[in-house]
Design a protein. Structure first.
Length: 351
């Protein structure tokens, strides 16, 4: 109760002092000389230049005075807020032990084992799943689910090799379910196949024939995008310097894999990411005596990190300094990690 009473006391101080702060501030601004001077100039357009200048000088002085008052009030307001925050922080201590519950999985071994098995299936490690199921005598993971994810990985492998036909076949077979979910996956696949004719083959005739055969069904929902693709054919020999340069980006092939994986999992009524990634990735604030490795040396440049050149972690988990990242990516282009085959962009790196 003492904790609550202390917080309430500080809150009342804050409320009493600043309950009318913002209404009064707005009132000051509304009744300022600026509005009055503006009306005078509008009512009497025959004023001489010197008279207008005097008016503008008066306006400038009024604005400077009001700005100074607002800044002073704002500083005092922030000080009061800061004092209130300190009271809250002092009264409520962080207890990191609540992040752990030793009894959470008591008598629930099957639940944990099933979650792990599903994680392996999502990763496409089917042989590992079979071994794990035998060792744990887990029997409720159906072979149908493994077959579904095996099919997904085969389609993703085809996309990675610039072959969209398996993905298009699957999307067409699931057209009704995808449309009910508001997905545009099937059109996105056709659009990417269309741009392949323009970008990789520079085949305007082939692109036009593909559009005639496949875009008619999507006219209602995607007419503006279809029109844009048609216009892009005019620049088939110089797309990179045209208003349609975005069609040449290889990021589209990475994005379509992400979209396909998301929609595939959604139709299986499963989240796109494994539950292990979301349930076990918990950030716990540590005390200063538990913080280590405050100095990082970039393995590429061999230089120590700094505030201006902080360590950046790429999606693959490897870390390099920001300057090295920018040099490798040449701005925002895709680049290969210097330590593994993974590709990413600088925007995907985390400080």
């Amino acid at each position: 109760m003492d904790i609550i009473n202390s917080a309430q006391t500080e809150y009342k101080k804050l409320e009493t002092k600043y309950i009318d702060y913002f209404p009064k501030l707005i009132e000051k601004m509304d009744t300022s000389t600026l509005r009055e001077a503006n009306q005078q100039i509008a009512q009497d357009p025959t004023n001489e230049v010197e008279a207008v200048k005097l008016n503008l000088i008066e306006i400038s002085r009024s604005i400077e005075l009001l700005t100074s008052q607002v800044n002073d009030d704002h500083k005092e307001f922030q000080k009061t807020i800061s004092r209130y925050e300190k009271v809250i922080d002092k009264k409520w201590k962080q207890d990191i032990t609540i992040a752990s519950n030793p009894d959470a999985f008591v008598d629930k071994e099957q639940v944990l084992q099933r979650t792990i098995a599903l994680h392996f299936i999502r990763q496409g490690k089917f042989k590992l799943v079979e071994t794990f199921m035998k060792d744990t005598q887990l029997m409720d993971i159906t072979t149908d689910l493994q077959e579904q994810f095996d099919h997904m990985y085969k389609i993703l492998d085809a996309i990675n090799n610039f072959n969209l036909e398996p993905a298009l076949k699957w999307a067409k077979s699931k057209r009704k379910e995808l449309e009910q979910r508001g997905s545009s996956l099937e059109f996105d696949l056709h659009r990417l196949n269309f741009t392949k004719y323009l970008v990789k083959q520079q085949d305007k005739k082939g692109a036009l024939n593909y559009a005639r055969l496949n875009f008619n069904y999507f006219r209602t929902r995607h007419m503006r995008e279809i029109e844009r693709l048609m216009c892009a054919m005019l620049y088939v020999n110089r797309l990179e310097s045209s208003p349609y340069a975005d069609l040449t980006s290889d990021d589209a092939w990475t994005d379509i894999q992400t979209t396909f994986t998301r929609d595939f999992c959604n139709l299986l009524k499963m989240s796109c990411d494994s539950p292990l990634y979301t349930s076990l990735t918990v950030e716990v604030p540590l005390t200063d005596d538990m913080r280590f490795h405050s100095i990082f040396a970039c393995p590429v440049s061999k230089e120590q990190s700094s505030e201006d050149n902080p360590p950046m972690m790429m999606p693959c988990g490897h870390v390099i300094c920001k300057e090295s990242l920018n040099k490798l990516s040449k701005g925002n282009g895709r680049f290969k990690c210097p330590y593994c085959p993974s590709e990413s962009t600088s925007n995907q790196a985390v400080k």
